[in-house]
Design a protein around this ligand. Sequence first.
Ligand code: ARG
Ligand code: ZN
Length: 875
Amino acid sequence: QVFRLEDYRPSDYLIPLTGLTFRLSPDGTSVVSELTVERRSGSTENPPLVLDGDGLVLKRVEIDGTSLDPAAYESTPDRLTIKTPPATQQFRVLIETEIAPSKNQALMGLYRSNNVYCTQCEAEGFRRITYFLDRPDILSVYTVRIEARRDEAPLLLANGNPVERGDLADGWHYAIWHDPFPKPSYLFALVAGDLGRVADSFVTVSGREVELGIYVEHGKERLAAYAMDALKRSMRWDEEVFGREYDLDVFNIVAVSDFNMGAMENKGLNIFNDKYVLADEETATDTDFANIEAIIAHEYFHNWTGNRITCRDWFQLCLKEGLTVFRDHEFSADQRSRSVKRIAEVRTLRAHQFPEDQGPLAHPVRPRRYREINNFYTATVYEKGSEVVRMIRTILGKATFRKGMDLYFERHDGEAATIEDFLKVFEDVSGRDLSQFALWYHQAGTPNVTVAASHDASSQQFTLEIEQSVPPTPSESRKRVMHIPLAFGLVGPDGKDIAYDSVEGATVEDDVLHLHKRRHTVRFSGVKERPAISLNRGFSAPITLSIEQSAQDQYFLARHDSDAFSRWQAFNTLLTETLISAFRQSRGGKPIEFSTDLLELAGTIAADETLEHAFRALALTLPSEADIAREAASNIDPDAILAGREALMAAIAQANADLFTKLYHDLSSDGAFSPDAASAGRRALRNVLLDYLSTLPNGAALAATHFAEATNMTDRAAALTVLAHRHIDTPEAKEALTGFEARYRSDALVMDKWFQIQASAPGAGTVDRVKKLTTHPAFALANPNRVRSLIGTFATLNQTGFHRADGAGYEFFVETVLSVEKRNPQVAARLATALRSWRSLEPRRQAKAREALVTISRAENLSADLRDIVERTLA
Ligand code: ARG
Ligand code: ZN
C-alpha cells in the first residue's frame, strides 16, 4: 500500500479522552481501552468508526456501557470497524484486547526487554497494543492504570504525572498516571519492572520544581550520572536559548537494552537505548559521552518540538525531527566547541545523507509518498532537515529566527502542524517570501554549485561565475532552481577577509551570497589584488561545490582561512583529491608519490598550537574509505582505495615521524579523567597520532603499549582498533583482543565495541571472522545493538570486507538480514540500506551486489519494511 501526502484528510471522529488499564503478564496482558469519541464538529453524518490495529486479539467491545452485538462491528487483527456508531455528538467505546509482550520480537508496541515491560509506539506501534485512530493528528488526554505483580514489577511508570498507587490482592499492585497535555498515540509510553533509580530535581525558570528520574538496571546507577547532568543542562539551555520551560511535575528516563533506535521522546517518559544513557570512563569513549549528551538533549527538546507541537501526518516527520536535530546541534555547539561540532556534523551529513540523496533511496526532506513510514527515519529527514532549519536562520538572521520560533510556539502550541505552518511563521516575522526556499523541503537531491573565479587587476574586479544544478532523483527528473545561501569571504594575502566597494549580480547580505537563479555572474568591485575565495563557510548550504581553484589557493586557505570550517574543508579537499588520484594510480599498479607540500602541511597543522586539539584531530583524520568512494563516485574498487589510503597514512607518518612522536608523548596525561570537550580533544589528537605512528616500524608494539597503559575506554578502544585494523596477524593484536574480551565479556555494551572493531578490520579475512563471531556467547541476533555492532558495522564501515570481490561478504549479509528480518523487520530493513550505493561499484562487484538484492527480494514472506527498501534500491 502506498500512502500519499495529497490524500491527507481529517478523520471523521476525534478521541478527546483515552483511559487505558493494563493488567501485565508476559504472555497474556489484558488491555482495556475506554475512549471518549466525538464526531468532528460540523459533521452531521455518522460514518463507520474505523480503528487501526496490528496483530490484535479482540476480547470485547462495548459502546456507552453495553456490549456490542457482533453484527454491529467487524474485527480483524488489523482493524476494528464499528459500522453504525451512535448518532450522538459524543459516545464511549470500550475495547479489550490481549497481547503477549514476551513474544514481541519486533520491539514495536508493548514488549519485554530484560524482563522489563516497555513500549515503543512511534510511528505505528500503538496499534499493536489496542485498536485506535493511530495517527498523529488525533490528540487525546490519557489516563493510564497499570496493574502488575509487585515482585515482578515494583516500578510502574507511564506518561504525565503520578496520581495514585496502591496494593491489590494476590501480590499485585497498581499505579495511575495522568497526562494533562493532549498527545498523539505515538507518544504513549509505559514501563514496568524492577529497576534502579537515580533521582535529582530541577527548578524551572518560573520556579516549578520538577522531579527527575533515570531508571537503569540495578547496580548501574553510577553510570547514569553523566546523562543526568546532560539532562539538567538541556533543560536550562532550552529556557535560555529558546525560552522553553518544562511543563510536568516529573520527567523520567528509562534505559532498556533492546531498542530499535536511539531513544524515544514519549511525553514525560523518555525511553532510551541504554547505549545512550550508561557511561563512565572505563566503559564509554569520548564519542559515547558526546552522543549521550546530544541524545538526552534531543529527546528532551522534543517536549516542545514534537510533543507540544506535533505533526499532522507522517509526511511532516521533519517538522519535529529536523528541527529537533537542529536544536540538539546548537546545544552541543554551545556546550563544546562550535567549530569542531560543525565539522563533525558535516562529516556525518556527508557520510550518511549524501549517499542517500545521491542514490536510489533519495527522497525529499518532506516525502510525498511512502509504503513503510519506519523506512523514513532517515538521514535526509533528520540531518538534512536540520540543515534546512539552519539555512532559515542564516537567511533571516539570529534575532528574526528567534522571533519566528517564538511565534511558532505561540501559534501552534497544542496542534498537529505542517511544514507550511512552520515556514509561514518565518515569512510572517520577516516579511520575506520563502516559497523558493521551500524547495529544500520538497525537492530531493544534493544541489551542485560550480564556481569559476577571475580577477582583473586593471578594473579591480573580482568575478565569480556561478551555476547551480540539482541532479535527477527517483521519480523527480526535472528540478527547479533553488535558493542557496552561501556564506563567503574574499581572503587577502594576509589571511584577513578583504573589503570590496560593491557587488552586483546577486544579493549579498551579511557575508552571505544568495543564489536564486540557475546562473549568476557576481562582480565585486574595488578588489585590487586577487583574493582566494572561501565559499560555503560554515557549510551554510548542504550542497556539493565544484570550484576551480589553484592548489596554491587551496594550500593558502588550509593555512589561513579565518573560518575554521573552511580551513578544515580546504585541507580535507586536498587530502580527498590526493586519495582519489592515489586510488586511480594504485589500480594501475604504479607506486604512489605524494606532494611534499601536503605531507608538510599535515605536520604544520598537527603542531599548530593556535588550533584546538580536537580541530587538529579532525583535520588529520584522513577521509574514510567510504568518503573516498563517494567522492570518486564510480567504478569503485575498495581494495585500491584502501591501498591508496594506507600509502598516504604511511607517507604522512614518515615525513613527520619525529614531530608526531614528540607530540604523541607530550599529549599523554596522568591527570584524572574528565569527559569535557577539551580533554576529549587532547585524547582524540593523541589517538590520531597513534594511528599514523602505527604505520612505522614497531607500530604494533607502540599500539600494544598504548593499549596496556590506557586508563580509559577512549584510549583502549583506539589502540585496539589500530592493532586489529593494521596489525591483525601480530601476537600483539591477538593478545589485546583476548585481553579485552576477558575483561569485558559480561558487559554487553563494551562487547559491542569489541564486535565493531573486528567487524571493521579491513581485508578479505574479515568475512570469516565476523561469521564466527555470530556464534560468540555475547552475540544475539535478537538484540538490535548486537546486530548493528557486528553486522551493521561490517556492512557499512568495512569497504574491503563487505564488498569482497568474490561476493562472500554479500552472501553472508543476505543470510543474516533474512534471519534478522524474521524477528525484527525494522532492524533488517535498516541493515539492508547498506547496499544502496551498489551502482557505484566496479562492474564485477556491482553484479554480485545486485544478485544479493535480488536474492532478498525473492525471499518468502518478505516484510513490508524490507521489501520497500530492496525494491527501491533495485529500481
Ligand atoms: N522520535 C525518535 C527520535 O528521533 C525516533 C523514533 C523512531 N522510531 C521508529 N519506529 N522509526 O528521537
Ligand atoms: Zn527525534
